[in-house]
Design a protein around this ligand. Structure first.
Ligand code: GDP
Ligand code: IMO
Ligand code: MG
Length: 430
């Protein structure tokens, strides 16, 4: 087996970054295939906390090559600032290690301004985007009007960028939003274009070569299944395909690459969501505060990218089963088990009811969740602190029972359990 795809099973922030970091110890290539700097992936190594937004989390290890695939939208400003922060803490991100697809799309100040203006225009129906320009960049991609990384290194880049900003200003005017000054953006992007040149590559060909050479390749999903543009809680989703099959398209791989691939579904041991949209198992009482944390700890439920408090609730088994089916999970990774320690009981949603009928699957996917009520199975909690445990057999019986219940509901075996944010705080399932 050479390809492993790590995907969020919920609404993002499942702990993909720390899990990719765990797998990356064995990987030769780590690649992002979707989204942009809306992602916030945390990796904790000793006293160091890395927050990755665009660059794959595997870069924290010294060996793997990091790839930004064609399915991504890349804001050069965020890219270079992330590279600088990494270099400052001793992580090497030169062109030998970081390869950027010529076919990836750009995020410009136009997209960020439009994202903001469109959210304001949506008023109470706002999506709660991260404000990173993701939606407008993918809109331009689909409209075939966007600039790509390859354009940055072409002789007519500044002309094209200037036309792009003028068009953006017309769209901003229609939204009563302030206009952008063209000249300063052109100057900054001219400098970015020079800087990006040595990193630009035919990453699809490099991925293919790596797989043919039987290298271990990790594909790192951003966001999560329920934020997928097609299969998520539309319209409260992101604008890219987040699912495992999108790793092939977003990296330029053929179907053969999927043969024997491992698909790891990363799932928090409870449910969180940041931004608007349905959330059938959401809780808002004292227990919610307990699951979210107060913000004192770096792992408390406040967005890595925006700092917003995350909405919290019990694990939704119906949606997890849905995620397992759409992604083809071959294994589950359960994170934040330590947070459940000390709860008197733990609930997991196994079905929904609506108008007196019980549903174990959603008739039309998760978009229309209005009126569906969660049906819970209640399991006993445990009091022991699990954060120092490294062996499955040492976990409290009630914790193992909970993990077994989750595996049964999802129909997928649990492979790893994370009991803390630190690199080594992992328990391998038997
Ligand atoms: P990602 O977007 O899926 O990579 O997840 P984020 O990094 O946005 O959010 C996950 C948060 O939980 C981060 O602060 C992680 O350091 C933290 N985290 C991950 N796994 C565990 C765990 O098992 N226990 C605890 N306490 N924190 C964890
Ligand atoms: P990671 O990779 C959690 C959410 C936003 C909003 C919606 C659309 O860290 O798991 P966008 O800016 O993409 O147009 O916002 O999607 N969202 C995320 N939520 N984790 C993420 O990434 C997210 N990326 C986007 O909050 O609801
Ligand atoms: Mg995150």
């Amino acid at each position: 087996m050479a390809l492993k795809i790590v995907v969020g099973a919920q609404w993002g922030d499942e702990g993909k970054g720390r899990i990719v970091d765990w797998f990356a110890a064995q990987a030769e290539v780590v690649a992002r295939y979707n989204g942009g700097d809306n992602a916030g992936h945390s990796v904790t190594v000793g006293a160091k906390l890395f927050k990755l937004h665009l660059i794959p989390s595997g870069i924290v290890h010294p060996a793997p090559i990091a790839i930004l695939g064609n399915g991504m939208v890349i804001n050069p400003e965020s890219l270079f600032s992330e590279m600088e922060s990494l270099e400052k803490v001793g992580v090497k991100v030169g062109p030998q290690r970081l390869r950027i697809s010529h076919a990836a799309h750009l995020i410009t100040p136009v997209h960020k301004a439009l994202d903001k203006a469109m959210e304001i225009a949506r008023g109470k129906d706002s999506i709660g985007t991260t404000g990173r320009g993701i939606g407008p960049a993918y809109t331009d991609k689909a409209a075939r009007t966007n600039l790509r990384v390859a354009d940055m290194i072409a002789p007519d880049f500044i002309e094209k960028l200037s036309a792009h900003i003028m068009a953006g200003n017309r769209s901003l005017a229609a939204l009563d939003a302030p206009q952008l000054e063209i000249e300063p953006i052109l100057a900054i992007f001219a400098a970015y274009a020079e800087r990006i040149l040595p990193f630009v590559a035919d990453t699809a060909a490099e991925m293919d070569a790596a797989l043919k050479a039987e290298k271990t390749v990790l594909a790192e999903g951003a966001q999560g299944t329920l934020l997928d543009i097609d299969h998520g809680t539309y319209p409260f989703v992101t604008s890219s395909s987040t699912l495992a099959p999108a790793a092939l398209l977003g990296l330029g791989l053929g179907l053969n690459a999927a043969r024997g691939a491992v698909v790891s579904g990363v799932c928090k041991s409870f449910q969180t969501r940041v931004g608007s949209g349905p959330f059938p198992t959401e809780i808002e009482d004292d227990l919610a505060l307990r699951l979210r944390g107060t913000g004192e700890n770096p792992w408390d439920e406040y967005g890595t990218t925006t700092g917003r408090p995350r909405r919290v609730g019990w694990l939704d088994g119906v949606l997890l089963r849905y995620a397992a089916r759409l992604n083809g999970f071959t294994e589950l990774v359960i994170t934040k088990l330590d947070i459940l320690s000390g709860l008197p009981y733990i609930k997991v949603c196994t079905a929904y009811t609506k108008d007196g009928k019980t549903y174990t699957d959603l008739p039309f996917g998760p978009t229309d969740l209005e009126g569906y009520e969660a049906v819970y199975e209640q399991l006993p909690g445990w009091t022991e602190d699990v954060s120092a445990i490294r062996r499955w057999d040492d976990l409290p019986q009630a914790a193992r029972d909970y993990l077994d219940a989750v595996a049964k509901i999802a129909g997928v075996p649990v492979r790893l359990v994370s009991v803390g944010p630190e690199r080594e705080q992992i328990v391998e399932a038997k």
